[in-house]
Design a protein around this ligand. Structure first.
Ligand SMILES: Cc1cc2nc3c(=O)[nH]c(=O)nc-3n(C[C@H](O)[C@H](O)[C@H](O)COP(=O)(O)OP(=O)(O)OC[C@H]3O[C@@H](n4cnc5c(N)ncnc54)[C@H](O)[C@@H]3O)c2cc1C
Ligand SMILES: Cc1cc2nc3c(=O)[nH]c(=O)nc-3n(C[C@H](O)[C@H](O)[C@H](O)COP(=O)(O)O)c2cc1C
Length: 782
């Protein structure tokens, strides 16, 4: 087999090593345009986990890499005069030049031919001359561009500017400097990669960069400016430049990675932002992935191996890219967090890409998590909760929260969930047991399902309503039970289905039109939800007046029944959402067009409700913070939407997303909607509730402690576990949680068992994570 590898970076070299080791008869040539000792940049970093993978695949190169690496455990964060040092992070650093030389040696030893100063320009020719061509030619890949029509690359040039410099200042931790300079905020990512050498990546937003007044190509000029700004941090050391131009990071993706007998690897096919230090890792793991595909398909069948690689590797690459993108967005929005308490700022930084969480940090850096608990407890006390224990505080999710006069015992919420079990809108025993048991289970706030303001406003014949006395009385029975038997508060979610009305019960066909017995439906514009759905009537002014009156009447009933809070449902493509989204609102009158117009009717409804709802009781609005459709509502617009509701007297935004239209294409993942809550909370300065794929108490604590939301709602997890909050209290030892006397013995047993399990697990985890047997750069230097 004749293999041509174009590009002698980590991806190309590592693949050559693995393939040649397994199939020594293969004839492999690596073409590299640079000289062997030429290299851009300074150091690269790998995590413990990545090193473990290398160990499994090629012990020789692993040994030589780890012998030459600087090792550190801590991350140090300098922010507004504070310094936080967080242990347990396990990283290695090495100069890129050294890494490449070690890989050169190992490749040569195995018989791989390395041709330096050899730029491949005839890509078509290269494909003809070899059985297999590896396109490992980096970020500006010529191969990718030659077959762009096939690979279908997309390049998202991020707004922040960065440059990669070096210095002689030593570090014994991965160090971040966050500094407000006279030009604006500048962030520096630093780490030592060999004795006497460290990487300094400077990053800033486009406005600050413009304020520098620099030519992006002027390397010495920008080094002088950074030396002046970071004189204190440099501690008398100079900056070193090596192709240190200011650039914008290109987030590259490709729809396809294989063309005929050629496959692209590493940066050529996908990039990962330097803030998670994973570019080289991704490149070398691609090489491992490709080698594995050859191994699984017999070693010689190029077509089968490449197709196996393309299908099996994509998910992992996209996961890494996704966390890198979440991380880079955090750095792009650092201004949003600038006025936070430094402890919270640091917690937010550490947990930004979801890989590290509250519990995870408690294992790595217990004293820091204690600091976080104290910070949240102190803030809670400062917010008027004089009885909060600030000496031995409970985890953030168990701190109380206030909206107007409503006080919640903790931050967990049972999200609204249609039960499709009512008849003529009347809640029954199912609703009593469903809501009642979740209130007993310990959540601080329980939402009713979307309850409709008229019979015509219903999604399905099974939806609950609040338009007559019988329904009001049935709700009162449920509220009275919740108030008498739990510490939970209860919120009524009022809505109107709009164009998604008159549909089947969800388990009989979600959003599918009723075959018979359907009632006429209305929407912002006459656009059916599915092609086979009923076409809604475009709302007239008279329809609007009637609907406002229905919402007001239902709000008055909610007050009489005794609800603690009311939420207006303006999300998920229902009536009010259909006005807000440009995808579903095509009106040409004053209710369509610009956001101010699209918000007019939802605000009219909200204001009318607010007028009849008692001043001391809070109101929230659920919105879809993005439609997940090009041309639809975006996070930025959601901030404006939230500000408008806030001005109208809304106390909290319940931040959901999508369901506007069947075209919505959400990017799912753990806590996938939380970034929108974070943006709204910290840009519109209003309390928020996050929801969506939050499944653990650990995630709730992470979200609350980082102030990505004030409350966290869980829907599906509560269906299977009404006692989610009680169990979490047992786990964390939050013994103040309210428990009815009938259940006290069960609670006591839960607390005892949880305490034992937690101790065992902590011990197990600590044992499972021994420090790697690698010298630190300090020891190596000694
Ligand atoms: C500021 C910054 C900081 C970074 N920090 C880190 C970090 O800390 N840790 C980390 O793991 N990664 C880091 N990276 C990412 C890392 O450098 C890359 O992701 C990684 O090197 C990708 O490996 P690769 O083999 O795909 O490509 P490259 O390393 O770019 O190698 C491609 C090679 O192909 C050669 N080449 C290109 N075209 C041709 C041609 N036509 N003919 C012959 N040769 C050709 C090039 O000369 C080059 O040597 C950082 C990147 C940047 C920009
Ligand atoms: C069975 C079910 C019914 C739902 N009904 C409603 C509803 O009535 N009102 C609403 O705003 N959201 C409703 N939702 C959405 C949830 O409140 C929540 O936003 C969503 O399920 C994501 O949270 P999760 O990942 O915790 O399930 C419903 C979800 C489920 C699973």
């Amino acid at each position: 087999m004749k293999v041509s590898v174009i590009g002698g970076g980590p991806a190309g070299l590592y693949f050559s090593i693995l393939y040649k080791k397994a199939w020594p008869q293969a004839q492999i040539t690596v073409y590299e345009r640079n000289r062997p000792d030429d290299t851009f940049g300074f150091g690269v970093v790998f995590s413990d986990q990545t090193l473990e993978t290398f160990q499994n695949y090629d012990l020789e190169s692993y040994r030589s890499i780890t012998e030459n690496f600087a090792y550190w455990d801590d991350i140090e964060i300098h922010f507004k005069g504070t310094v936080h040092r967080i242990g347990g992070n396990g990283f290695c650093g090495c100069s890129r030049a050294t890494l490449l030389q070690l890989l050169h040696q190992r490749a040569r030893q195995l018989g791989v031919e390395l041709k330096f100063q050899h730029e491949v320009t005839d890509i078509q020719g290269a494909l003809r001359d070899a059985d297999l061509v590896i396109g490992a030619d980096g970020i500006n890949s010529r191969i990718r561009e030659t077959f762009a029509g096939h690979f279908k690359p997309s390049v998202d040039l991020r707004p922040n500017k960065f440059t990669w410099m070096g210095s002689t200042r030593p570090f014994d931790a991965f160090t971040f400097f966050f500094r407000e300079t006279k030009y604006g905020i500048v962030i520096v990512h630093c780490y030592q990669y060999e004795p006497g050498r460290s990487t300094w990546i400077f990053e800033t937003d486009p406005e600050t960069f413009a304020n520098f007044g620099l030519d992006p190509m002027d390397e010495p000029g920008s080094a002088r400016l950074m030396e002046e700004l970071f004189a204190e941090e440099l501690q008398g050391h100079k900056l070193i430049i090596n192709r240190s131009m200011w650039r914008n990071f290109p987030a590259i993706r490709c729809e396809r990675w294989v063309y005929d007998n050629c496959v692209i690897l590493g940066d050529a096919k996908a990039t990962a932002h330097f803030s998670i230090g994973s570019g080289t890792k991704l490149a070398m793991e691609d090489a491992i992935g490709l080698y594995e595909s050859f191994r699984k398909t017999g070693g010689q069948n190029v077509k089968a191996a490449l197709s196996h690689y393309e299908t099996t590797r994509r998910e992992e690459v996209e996961k890494t890219q996704h966390s890198a993108n979440v991380s880079l967005v955090w750095f792009e929005h650092v201004k949003r967090f600038w006025n936070m308490n430094p402890t919270r700022f640091v917690f937010g930084l550490m947990t930004r890409s979801k890989a590290i969480t509250y519990d995870n940090l408690a294992l790595r850096a217990p004293e820091f998590v204690e600091e976080v608990d104290h910070m949240v407890a102190d803030e809670t006390r400062a917010a008027g909760f004089a009885n909060v224990d600030t000496k031995t505080p409970v985890p953030p999710m168990f701190q109380p929260f206030r909206l107007r006069d409503m006080v919640l015992p903790n931050r967990v919420v049972v999200s609204p969930m249609c039960q499709y079990s009512a008849k003529d809108g009347l809640p029954n025993d199912w609703h009593l047991v469903h809501l009642g048991s979740r209130a007993i289970g310990g959540a601080g706030l329980v939402y009713t399902e979307m309850t409709d303001v008229s019979a015509e406003a219903r999604i399905s014949p099974g939806c609950t309503g609040l338009w007559n006395d019988e329904q009001e009385a049935a709700w009162k029975r449920i509220i009275d039970f919740v108030h008498a038997n739990s510490a939970a508060k209860i919120c009524m979610q009022l809505g109107h289905a709009g164009r998604k009305g008159a549909t089947k019960l969800s388990w009989e066909g979600d959003s599918q039109p009723l075959p018979e017995g359907a009632w006429p439906i209305v929407s912002a514009s006459p656009i059916p939800y599915f092609p086979n759905s009923q076409v809604p009537r475009e709302m007239t002014r008279a329809d609007m007046d009637r609907t406002i009156a229905d919402f007001v009447a239902a709000t008055e009933r909610a007050q009489r029944a005794g609800f603690d809070m009311v939420e207006l449902h303006a999300a998920h493509g229902y009536l009010l959402a259909s006005f807000i989204s440009p995808i579903t609102n095509k009106r040409t009158d004053e209710y369509g067009g610009a956001l101010e117009n699209r918000m007019r009717f939802p605000l009219e409804v909200f204001r009318a409700m607010r007028q009849v709802w008692p001043k001391e009781k809070p109101m929230s609005v659920r919105i879809s913070a993005t439609d997940w459709i090009d041309g639809g509502v975006t996070g930025d617009e959601a901030v404006r939407i939230s500000e408008m509701f806030k001005e109208a007297g809304c106390d909290m935004i319940d931040v959901s997303t999508g369901q506007t239209d069947p075209e919505s294409a959400p990017i799912y993942g753990r806590m996938y909607q939380t970034p929108f809550s974070d943006q709204i909370r910290n840009e519109a300065n209003i309390a928020t509730m996050a929801v969506g794929a939050v499944t653990t108490a650990d995630q709730v604590n992470t979200i609350v402690a980082a102030a990505r939301a004030d409350l966290v709602a869980l829907a599906r997890p509560h269906l299977m576990d009404p006692y989610f909050t009680m169990r979490a209290a047992g786990w964390y030892g939050a013994s103040d949680i309210h428990c009815q006397p009938q259940y006290l013995s069960g609670r006591d047993q839960l607390f005892r068992n949880s305490e034992r399990e937690r101790a065992d697990l902590t011990e197990l985890k600590l044992k499972a994570k021994p420090k790697p047997q690698i010298d630190t750069w300090k020891q190596a230097a000694e």
